[in-house]
Design a protein around this ligand. Structure first.
Ligand SMILES: *Cc1c(COP(=O)(O)O)cnc(C)c1O
Length: 391
């Protein structure tokens, strides 16, 4: 019987051996076999059928990590999914797999700031150069292509400023120039958008965010197509960047309700954005304005929008913006997002990296909100009382 992905998420990974609805957490370094012949047979199978879940040592994973990889491979509709100890581990693995000294990377300007530090600063020491493009002007991408360009690193939407891009155009530019592509798809997850199906070679998701959904575990995933599979497989083996079974279990547990949670995050964020657009001093960074380029580029690729949004607030009084954020009672102040709870951050420009194309004016301030699963009318009332502090 074929069933939808929503049904698959609820019914997969049942453990009939132990008669439990959830899989066991299999912790292992040593995997034992009945005989040397059996050990060798498993090794041969692992080589011949690399995505088949055959293990001879705990570093390769156990049945618990394999179950998570299997669920994610189905969700991504990809050739394979590698799981890493953090989302940033997946960023590193993607880049490390396909670039070598002398190569060049072109990355989107509004990139996750640790990814910017890795590409622009750290990789320079390995003679890998990174150039940046404007997400709303792909000529800046084309102009940066040289014979050395190996990888285009996309993040969609762009970090903090939520710029949606023409992804088909980026893929076609890359293919024409025989350049590999990777996208950081943490904001939308493959529940709303499937990058490998569109033509990306690799796709990153921080499992710390919506996959886990409960702010109690870290992890990452890197989905790949067949073309790059072998290169990533070798790099994964060499770096030992693999997720442990306890974390894999928690992420699998979170995934059971990914669809339900994301649908609700989306609904709540829509209600909050409807409230926020009424304020003239606030520019909302969320796909809502039907005629805008961001909305069109979101609509073209995504079946939904998640709970993370930005606000550019105009004010000559920076202290009052901080007061606004600090006065929110239902929004916690801290990093990460994607959990069940609402969060708010006032973002200093330094944190958004050394941007070349997208800068804020002196009287513009950036606030990031993660809209959680609380009652949206409570969230709106909370924002309403806090907004009174803005001067
Ligand atoms: C959080 C995040 C990461 C890194 O994930 P961790 O699990 O925190 O290491 C990468 N990219 C984006 C867009 C993120 O939001």
């Amino acid at each position: 019987m074929s069933s939808s992905f929503k049904t698959f998420l609820k019914h997969t990974a049942k453990d009939f051996h132990n008669q439990s609805v959830n899989p066991p957490v299999v912790r292992a370094s040593t995997i034992i076999f009945k005989s040397m012949q059996e050990l060798r047979k498993t090794q041969a199978k692992a080589l011949k059928q690399p995505t088949g879940g055959h293990y001879d040592y705990g570093r390769q994973g156990t049945s618990t990590t394999y179950i998570l990889q299997r669920i994610l491979t189905k969700l991504e509709e990809s050739y394979h999914v590698f799981t890493t100890p953090t989302g940033f581990g997946a960023v590193f693995l993607a880049i490390f797999s396909v670039t070598r000294p002398g190569d060049e990377i072109i990355a989107v300007d509004p990139i996750y700031s640790p990814t910017r530090l890795l590409t622009e600063n750290y990789l320079k020491e390995f003679n890998i150069k990174t150039l940046f493009y404007n997400p709303h002007d792909l000529n800046t991408l084309k102009k940066n292509i040289t014979k050395k360009t190996k990888l285009i690193f996309v993040e969609n939407p762009g970090s903090n400023t939520f710029d949606f891009q023409d992804l088909t155009k980026i893929i076609s530019i890359a293919k024409k120039n025989k350049i590999l592509t990777v996208i950081d798809n943490t904001w939308g997850t493959p529940y709303f958008f499937k990058p490998i199906k569109l033509g990306f070679d690799m796709s990153i998701v921080s499992a710390t965010k919506y996959y886990s959904g409960h702010s109690d575990v870290m992890g990452g995933s890197l989905a790949v197509n067949k073309k790059v599979y072998n290169r990533v497989k070798i790099a994964e083996k060499m770096t030992g960047l693999r997720l442990g079974p306890d974390d894999a279990y928690l992420i699998t547990r979170g995934l059971r309700t990914l669809d339900v949670r994301l649908d609700r995050h989306s609904e709540n964020a829509k209600l909050v954005s409807k409230f926020l657009v009424k304020f003239k001093n606030i520019k909302l960074l969320y796909p809502y304005k039907k005629k805008s380029y961001n909305y069109k580029m979101w609509k073209k690729f995504y079946s939904g929008a998640s709970g993370l949004m930005g606000l550019i607030i105009k004010s000559k009084n920076k202290g009052s913006i901080k007061k606004f954020v600090n006065s929110l009672k239902l929004f916690g102040h801290g990093y990460s997002w994607g959990g069940f709870e609402s969060l708010a951050l006032h973002q200093e420009l330094g944190e958004t990296g050394k941007r070349k194309f997208l800068k804020l004016k002196k009287d513009e301030h950036l606030v990031r909100l993660h809209i959680g699963l609380e009652d949206p009318s409570d969230l709106i009332a909370d924002i309403k009382q806090a907004l009174k502090h803005i001067k």
